[in-house]
Design a protein around this ligand. Structure first.
Ligand code: G1P
Ligand code: ZN
Length: 543
């Protein structure tokens, strides 16, 4: 087989510290663009000679073509084996699992997560390391450095390989292993949860709607929920992955999963509603008439995890990202286990999971997971909820009410200001940071500041330090406002304001969240002179 070496121009690389490259699809389709990222990654890990990888994606436009390129490059770079999902399909948690189970040297995931897909939408690629988790910062920095000096990539010239049939074949001297995308993952889920109890729950008439949002979890949810657990056909909707996600925005939250929300708030709502995103790592949970915030979901899962076989012996600890509400901390404290507060981004959970310091992790942005893989896992969260519902035999609304009565309620909401001019967004953040030392003790819009800082994280396992991770303002009323700039936006800057108000124990837990958060929102506006600095105080998206 001939190996071609193509000389390339340096490309715009992945931003250091980010766990992947996300761009417009047409950018990825430009000659050499994807090739350069893949070669830079292979160089950064010390070459591919004799190594084994997993490759798969969420099925969006250009997924198939990208996988063919990666396979031919892996072969030309001397890889020993690539495991790929049939038709190129693998969810992000499934890739993480396959890397770990087969002890490969890592894997490539083709996805732009919850961003829309299509030739005029978004595409992305990321490399996960041999622990199954997103590449750590040291590696992403090396990939970036490689993209600046790269002058050639290696690729074999060959027709596309057939990915539609399960089995083993060869591409040059490389073994190509096409696997069922669902099988290993569903086997793992059976080891974690009480499938008999969940099967009995469905058999008793429990109803559910799972919205796969035309994205990758369709085949996973259909196989597990309908085939293995006996949920009636039609439980999974939008279950066939499409290249443009049915022209939708595969982000499981009340804004983008609007049809599901409408059904769940109606008189004919099923008992449980759930959704997952483009690549299957995010989740939304909603009971009949009861939306569960991701922060609350993490807390409820932590408090009830012992009802599922995998977590029967308890949890080592719980980690949440800094902007996620403190609800999980209260559960950790009651359980007498450590609670960790990490910067935004799943990669910060990796060291804690690898070191066995935590069992459950979560982010306010609809990500929840455990030590079973090194990614957040949408369907896993849904199955843990089902396991808990099967054992407790209560509704989601009842479980939430009991939880808040026991632990207090963290009213929570995130306000996003999108496509803000970068200079204005930076001015808002810098203005706020400059004020921080003077804030404690001050009254802002009627609330007294108790503490204010810029979040810096020192990893308790490897000692690495991440600074400038967002601003935290705590108030004596039990409220908190957090401000940070998004690291994943594609247009200008996105300012995220995270609002939280703890009810206290025995406090009123029946308020509407936006009402409960009105005071801390007024303080957030006043603190940042928002009207002046960015010229608007109405968020684009409230979740
Ligand atoms: C967003 C979420 C964050 C998540 C990330 C990747 O990042 O807020 O929790 O880890 O997407 O899914 P952000 O745009 O806020 O930087
Ligand atoms: Zn995702």
């Amino acid at each position: 087989m001939t190996t071609y070496t193509t000389v390339t121009a340096p490309i715009e690389g992945q931003k250091p510290g980010t766990s992947g490259l996300r761009k417009k699809t047409r950018v990825f389709m430009e000659p050499n663009y994807l090739e350069n990222f893949v070669q830079a990654t292979l160089n950064a890990i010390g070459g591919a000679q004799g190594k084994r990888f997993v490759v798969g994606g969420d099925g969006r436009y250009f997924n198939r073509e990208a996988i063919q390129i990666i396979l031919r490059m892996a072969a030309a770079n001397g890889a020993a084996e690539v495991i790929v999902g049939r038709d190129g399909i693998l969810s992000t948690p499934a890739v993480s699992h396959l890397i770990r189970m087969n002890q490969t040297d890592g894997g490539f995931i083709l996805s732009a997560s919850h961003n829309p897909g299509g030739i005029d939408a978004d595409f992305g690629i990321k490399f996960n390391s041999e622990n199954g988790g997103p590449a750590p910062e040291g590696l992403t920095n090396q990939i970036f450095a490689q993209t600046k000096t790269l002058d050639a990539y290696h690729i074999t010239q060959k027709d596309d390989v057939d990915l539609s049939r399960i089995g083993i074949s060869r591409l040059g001297s490389m073994t190509l292993h096409v696997v069922d995308p669902v099988e290993s993952y569903s086997t793992l889920m059976q080891t974690l949860f009480d499938f008999d109890a969940i099967r009995a729950l469905f058999a008793s008439g429990f109803t559910m709607r799972f919205d796969a949002m035309h994205a990758v979890t369709g085949p996973y949810a259909t196989e597990i929920l309908e085939e293995m657990l006996g949920a009636p056909a039609g439980t999974v909707i939008n279950g066939t992955p499409s290249e443009d996600f049915g022209k939708g925005h595969p982000d499981p939250n009340p804004i983008w999963a609007k049809d599901l929300m409408t059904e769940m708030m109606s008189d004919s709502a099923p008992d449980l509603g759930a959704a997952s995103d483009g690549d299957g790592d995010r989740n939304m949970i909603v009971g009949r008439g009861a939306y569960v915030t991701p922060s609350d979901s993490l807390a409820v899962l932590a408090a009830n995890a012992h009802l599922a076989p995998a977590y029967r012996r308890g949890l080592a600890g719980i980690a949440r990202s800094m902007p996620t509400s403190g609800a999980a901390d209260r559960v950790a404290s009651w359980l007498g286990i450590p609670a960790y507060e990490t910067p935004t981004g799943w990669k910060f959970f990796g060291t804690l999971l690898d070191a066995g310091k935590v069992t459950l992790c979560g982010e306010e942005s609809a990500g929840t997971g455990s030590d079973h893989v090194r990614e957040k896992d949408g369907l896993w969260a849904v199955l843990l909820w089902l396991n808990i519902l099967a054992v407790r035999k209560q509704s989601v609304a009842q479980i939430m009410a009991t939880h808040w009565a026991e632990y207090g309620r963290d009213y929570y909401s995130r306000y996003d200001f999108e496509a803000v001019a970068s200079d204005k967004a930076n001015a808002l953040m810098q203005g706020l940071i400059a004020k921080l030392p003077q804030l404690p003790g001050q009254q802002i819009a009627g609330l007294t500041v108790s503490a204010a800082d810029e979040f810096t994280y020192t990893d308790p396992v490897d000692g690495s330090v991440a600074s400038n991770q967002g601003v935290r303002i705590m108030f004596e009323s039990g409220a908190r406002a957090v401000f940070r700039l998004s690291g994943t936006g594609t247009e200008g800057a996105t300012i995220r304001v995270y609002l939280e108000q703890f009810s206290g124990l025995g406090g009123d837990i029946s308020q509407d969240p936006q009402t409960a958060l009105a005071a801390v929102w007024a303080a957030a506006v006043a603190l940042t002179d928002m009207e002046q600095t960015i010229g608007r105080i109405t968020p684009d998206v409230i979740t």
